[in-house]
Ligand binder design. Structure first.
Ligand SMILES: [Zn+2]
Length: 315
């Protein structure tokens, strides 16, 4: 791997150097690691004074990922899912749509056949990680904003009741790429979490390190072009609640999972080159919602005021 930070799987608290922005110095070396046990943990960062330290944190035991399109889950959480499975945990993936619009081919664009093909890709990809529980919300690619949010939240709450996860992972309000479907899923998942007793809600996020390291390729492929600033909001290390930094074996597994989403990934991997593509999402980073983000929005954008009044009256 081209750019390991080297502290990724430390199981005890080790002070490390940080610069002014709280970023961790890239040449920091961890204590020797036990290869076998590393995979039983993720990393969390804690700040003491000016120092940010990685600490081992237990993995989720029952993980529920809530995403918008087949392949979102692979980019943002394949390593996490594989690690949860490897430690005997269970993983359920919810996908709002089948990604029917994920092609430039006019003959298959937005067709049920193409959606079915992407569903097969998703199942094959998850199978590479040992995940076999996948649920669909039955929405149409690109149309999440027009869905009845109350119904969707109800569906997600039902899934939560069935799965009883200890941890939900999903997009943050920025939707990672500012995609409207991603942002809708973030709102719904957050609302479903608010209505249930799930312990942890984590938003997939990126660090400033990641944005700097892959800046050139991000510009080239325009992945963050939908943001007015050309980049998504990033977290400092000290705000990372859960990080899974993949070792070479895990990277290979994730690459296979991504490869199963061939309709989405083959062309991109060829364009980027194999090494860069494989290492690109080599660290999966999650943050907790801010306090404000955990509060109920008085008038959710996905609910009409009249519907909201009805809901309040019924409560
Ligand atoms: Zn997506």
């Amino acid at each position: 791997m081209a750019s390991k930070t080297g502290f990724r799987e430390i199981r005890t608290v080790v002070p490390i150097d940080t610069n002014d922005t709280g970023e961790i110095a890239m040449n920091t070396r961890p204590s020797p690691r036990n290869h076998h046990n590393d995979h039983a943990f993720a990393t969390e960062y804690v700040s003491v004074g000016n120092t940010t330290m990685p600490v081992a944190r237990p993995l989720p035991k029952r993980l529920l990922g809530i995403w918008a399109h087949p392949d979102d889950e692979a980019y943002l959480s394949a390593g996490l899912m594989a690690r949860v499975v490897a430690t005997g945990g269970s993983v359920t993936v919810v996908t709002a749509t089948r990604g029917e619009k994920g092609t430039d081919d006019p003959s298959s664009y937005d067709s049920d056949e193409f959606g079915a093909a992407r569903e097969r890709e998703l199942r094959a990809s998850l199978a590479e990680l040992g995940v076999h529980d996948v649920r669909f919300l039955g929405l149409r690619d690109g149309e999440c904003d027009f869905a009845d949010g109350r119904e969707v939240v109800r569906d997600i709450v039902e899934i939560v009741a069935d799965v009883e996860p200890d941890t939900i992972v999903t997009f943050g309000p920025d939707g990672m790429t500012n995609h409207d479907d991603h942002k809708a899923v973030s709102r719904w998942a957050t609302e479903a979490w608010r209505r249930t007793a799930v312990t942890n809600l984590y938003y997939a996020s990126v660090t400033n390190d990641f944005l700097s390291r892959f800046h050139d390729i991000h510009e080239k492929i325009g992945v963050y072009g939908e943001f007015p600033t050309g980049r998504p909001p990033a977290v400092c290390r000290r705000d990372v609640a859960m990080e899974v930094s993949l070792d070479s074996h895990e990277l290979a597994t994730k690459r296979r999972a991504l490869g199963r989403h061939a309709s989405q990934t083959t062309g991109l991997a060829e364009m980027m080159g194999e090494e860069l593509y494989t290492n690109w999402w080599g660290a999966e980073v999650f943050r907790r919602p801010t306090w404000a983000e955990t509060q109920e929005c008085p008038t959710p954008t996905w609910m009409q005021p009249a519907e909201r009044a009805e809901e309040l009256a019924a409560a």
